[in-house]
Design a protein around this ligand. Structure first.
Ligand code: ADE
Ligand code: ZN
Length: 334
């Protein structure tokens, strides 16, 4: 197993499912909060205790609370840059970072402030050899009208944004609610992703594919509840970004050992592993190693997952070729 962990650490990877707000560490929550006069927790220990969650509902509450400390461009830049530095040290070469504009704009934080901070962190990361793109996610519990207005405002930052997605509370908020939003986004040339089949039903995955026409499904862990749908995704080689530690900790898969990801690979889905919210659920490498420790990954599955992380990314063909060559050389030498 330690051999497999060393192999995992040595490989270049792409991170396609990570939330900016999920990168706020308990230390940053307290330090940035104090600096901004948003004192949510008295100590790092208290913040750390509040990060212990076991359901999506509780997680989303603390996620929204933590987001409140971000007020200025410097705050967004600091959280993103710290994450980028850690990811690069973890072997990540390319990041598609999700952020939730609606975690900020209703609090009076301008979109311009958010994007100024993110763009600064992106520039610094590229100086360190890490490529970064951004995905604007819309919260499923909020209405489509608000999302459409926000999408229109995001047009001013089009060059920074590669895709849109949906996330947050799934139950009672099916993907079909956002059909017009995704139609408009595609007309703008944006790629599309959607959290689906995490706590909400497998039918949400079908809607995300058929109505939102997504390029990737985020999570998708409930797909096997409808065998016909799983067969369809396997035959189509659908891209699925899986976050095993978040899924196990929030109780939407029975355990790491029983995670459906190897079945997804065997059936032809282009699954890859990601961190989701590293401050809560660990970095990308920890997600690979946790599954491997649970006896749920072989060396060839690791390679396939890592390869999929590049081939299902939104990287242009020339960069993709470069990353796949590096991966091949590393895998053969390691
Ligand atoms: N926001 C951050 N992480 C999320 C997740 N796993 N599901 C829904 N919304 C999220
Ligand atoms: Zn997520």
């Amino acid at each position: 197993m330690s051999d497999l962990a060393t192999f995992i650490r040595s490989l270049p990877k792409a991170e396609l499912h990570v939330h900016l707000e999920g990168c706020i560490t308990p230390e940053q929550l307290v330090a940035i909060g104090r600096r901004n006069g948003v004192d949510l927790f008295e100590s790092v220990a208290a913040a750390r205790a509040a990060y212990e969650v076991s359901s999506l509902e509780d997680f989303l509450k603390i996620f929204a609370k933590a987001s409140k400390v971000l007020l200025h461009a410097d705050d967004f830049a600091e959280v993103a840059s710290t994450y980028f530095d850690n990811a690069a040290a973890d072997g990540v070469r390319h990041v598609e970072l999700m952020f939730d504009p609606q975690a900020h704009t209703p609090r009076g934080v301008a979109l311009e402030t958010v994007l100024e901070g993110l763009a600064r962190a992106q520039r610094d990361a590229s100086g360190n050899g890490l490529s970064v793109m951004f995905i604007a996610n819309f919260m499923r519990e909020r209405d489509e009208e608000e999302a459409l207005e926000l999408l229109a405002s995001l047009a001013a930052y089009r060059s920074h944004i590669v895709a849109i997605g949906i996330d947050s509370a799934e139950s009672g908020h099916p993907p079909r609610k956002f059909t017009r939003l995704f139609q408009k986004a595609r007309a703008m040339g944006l790629k599309c992703v959607a959290h689906a089949g995490f706590e909400g039903p497998a039918k949400d995955i079908e809607e995300a594919i058929d109505l939102l026409k997504v390029d990737r499904v985020d999570h998708g862990n409930r797909v096997y509840e409808v065998p016909e749908l799983a067969r369809r995704l396997g035959d189509a080689g659908t891209a699925v970004t899986v976050c095993p530690c978040a899924e196990a900790q929030l109780g939407v898969v029975a355990s790491l050992a029983e995670h459906p990801v190897r079945r997804m690979l065997a059936d032809g889905m282009r699954a890859s592993l990601h961190s989701d919210d590293p401050a809560w659920f660990g970095a990308i490498t920890e997600n690979y190693i946790a599954l491997a420790r649970a006896g749920a990954l072989t060396r060839s599955e690791v390679l396939q997952l890592v390869r999929n992380s590049f081939t299902t990314s939104f990287l242009p063909a020339s960069s993709l070729r470069h990353h796949l060559e590096e991966l091949k050389a590393q895998a053969e030498g390691g």
